[in-house]
Design a protein around this ligand. Structure first.
Ligand code: 5GP
Ligand code: MN
Length: 326
């Protein structure tokens, strides 16, 4: 499908289904709710779907109350996927990343559109907009809205949704993926009324005492492998109980490892119920997407990726230490 065809379909006010990746982050929810808001203003019937729960610090975004979550709203999600004429897949590039919801998208008869910036996209969409050098899906969604000629529909609230996506995925405009265009788009969003300072506070000044104590615990127990230029954090099942860990509590902790000048890679191991979930971050050309794909059944970006292991926590960490050479 060509972009022009999609544009004329969207102008006919179809039912639209927007889904993002599981464990949605700021870019996932920001880009989805930003696009949803614009398409609603165009008169489309829009459904936004989260494949799993997401953290409280993202629940201020306009349109949040209408998000359907897999696990809670399964019947409505199935019906909406079936009736949708257009299905947007935002901020992920392989249907297995959204598990059961991926099967619904696969089987749906509507046109599938991917807008994403992760490496190595799967070829499942009728229209694939994939830019692996883009800072964020939210920046791409802004440009997509510009191409539709609908940027006038972005108001302050929708601007804040997109700004949230750009800000969180660029580490507040500091990662090398930040370009002049990233700043241009952020500037446009502020001109449209986005309160950038408020977005920053809602995301980053949302700590609880519990989370700060957990951060202290993780920093105290950090391992530094100087020769491998690597820092390593972990959270055990017992820690989940001790700190009453909630969704989003562990987000960002891994980045502290990279704040040491000689460290090129940081990893965060979290022992969940039946699986070890791992976050990887890196600097410069150390490619954690490749590392996560090779060793931990994962993927992502060159400098930020994730993976998993069904080994024990100790074994997963052992395997990591053996293979990491940053
Ligand atoms: P995080 O560490 O914040 O969970 O994820 C970092 C980046 O890697 C995100 O862009 C996320 O979408 C991607 N990612 C995280 N886990 C996985 C995974 O298991 N597989 C793939 N392909 N990508 C992942
Ligand atoms: Mn993203």
């Amino acid at each position: 499908m060509k972009f022009q065809e999609l544009k004329s379909i969207l102008n006919r006010q179809p039912a639209v289904f927007i889904v993002t990746h599981k464990n949605p982050d700021g870019d996932a929810m920001g880009s989805s709710l930003g696009l949803a808001g614009v398409l609603k203003k165009k008169g489309c019937k829009v459904t936004v779907v989260a494949p799993t729960e997401y953290p409280a610090f993202l629940r201020w975004i306009k349109g949040n109350d209408e998000v359907l979550t897999w696990g809670e709203d399964n019947e409505s999600i199935k019906a909406r996927a079936k009736e949708a004429e257009v299905l947007f897949c935002l901020d992920f590039n392989a249907l297995h990343r959204i598990e059961e919801v991926g099967d619904l998208v696969q089987d749906a008869s509507g046109k599938k559109v991917m807008i994403d910036h992760h490496q190595q996209p799967d070829d499942f969409a009728d229209l694939m907009i994939s830019e692996t050098t883009a800072s964020s899906t939210a920046e791409m969604v802004y440009e997509f809205i510009e191409r539709l000629g609908d940027e006038e529909l972005i108001d302050g609230d929708l601007g804040e949704a997109l700004y949230c996506g750009i800000m969180t995925d660029t580490g507040s405009f500091r990662f090398p993926s930040t370009t002049p265009n990233t700043h241009r788009v952020a500037g446009e969003l502020i001109k449209k009324g986005a309160d950038h300072s408020m977005v920053h506070r809602r995301i980053y000044d949302s700590n609880t005492k519990r989370r700060l104590k957990l951060l202290g615990h993780c920093l105290m127990n950090m391992e530094v492998l100087d020769n491998q230029k690597t820092a390593l954090f972990k959270i055990t099942k017992e820690d989940h109980k001790t700190f009453n860990i909630q969704k989003g509590d562990t987000e960002g902790i891994v980045n502290y490892g990279l704040s040491m000048p000689h460290i090129k890679c940081a990893a965060f191991f979290r022992e969940d119920k039946n699986i070890i979930k791992i976050s990887f971050r890196s600097k410069d050309d150390f490619d954690v997407n490749k590392f996560a794909r090779t060793h931990f059944n994962g993927g992502g970006h060159i400098n930020a990726a994730g993976g998993m292991s069904s080994d024990s926590l100790e074994d997963a960490i052992e395997k990591f230490k053996k293979n990491i050479h940053a």
